[in-house]
Design a protein around this ligand. Structure first.
Ligand SMILES: N[C@@H](CCC(=O)N[C@@H](CS)C(=O)NCC(=O)O)C(=O)O
Length: 216
């Protein structure tokens, strides 16, 4: 099966793109940015005009990065990126995937796009500050979790949720306290970057991921 991934560099396509490299078969990358995202053709794939979109099977499109990650990892159990339904880690894996996309990513969206929430500039500035404070709390909880139960989110095994976390951490590099400043989050990104599939994704996307040295 040949997959197609609509993407642009450094976007929410990073994690699905790394997983496609773990799967190892051929896939097609289709760059989608700017005006093209708003085009009628693209809106047929994703009416929200965002990347990523995955095309699979006989042309079915899926959007939402976390859904694409889970779909790909489940379709390809040989990658080891998703615990099977009867695996004792399954519940935790689903918890992390959901938490990352509906809580951590949402806090980040407020930082990147306060304009989605209000037109009033002062309120936007307040939202940005509040979202940094909220992220700080979320990072502290995640960092403590990794310290006590890591090195990955579900312990010894690396799953798709770990790619997702590494991607979200990258999005905070311009914040006052980037995610990589927390030692166990930083270590998690190093673990993702040590995987050839993640490196291939960074190369394809022409991303030079400068990262603080491993702190643990
Ligand atoms: N919840 C969506 C969010 C997707 C999203 O906001 N993607 C951004 C890039 S990270 C995008 O395409 N923005 C539209 C643009 O840049 O014009 C997901 O996780 O896939």
């Amino acid at each position: 099966m040949t997959y197609k991934l609509y993407w642009y560099a450094g976007s929410a396509a990073m994690a699905p793109h790394a997983i496609l490299h773990d799967i190892g078969g051929e896939f097609e990358l289709i760059k989608a940015e700017g005006a093209y995202l708003k085009s009628e053709a693209y809106r047929k794939l994703n009416p929200n005009s965002t990347v990523p979109v995955l095309i699979h099977g006989d042309g079915k499109a899926i959007y939402e990065s976390a859904a694409i990650c889970q779909f790909l990892a489940e379709q390809h159990p040989e990658t080891g990126l998703s615990p099977a339904p009867d695996d004792p880690l399954r519940g935790q894996y689903l918890q992390w995937m959901t938490h990352l996309t509906n809580t951590v990513q949402e806090a980040m969206t407020i930082w990147w796009h306060p304009d989605h929430y209000t037109e009033i500039e002062e309120v936007q500035q307040k939202l940005v500050r509040e979202s940094e404070a909220r992220l700080d709390k979320l990072w502290q909880v995640l960092d403590r979790h990794l310290q006590e139960n890591g090195p990955h989110l579900c312990g010894e095994r690396f799953f798709a949720c770990d790619y997702y976390l590494a991607m979200l951490i990258r999005w905070t590099r311009e914040m006052e306290k980037p995610g990589e400043h927390y030692p166990h989050l930083n270590h998690l990104v190093h673990l993702a970057m040590a995987r050839p599939a993640y490196q291939k994704m960074l190369d394809d996307q022409n991303i030079d991921q400068n990262l603080l040295p491993d702190m643990i």
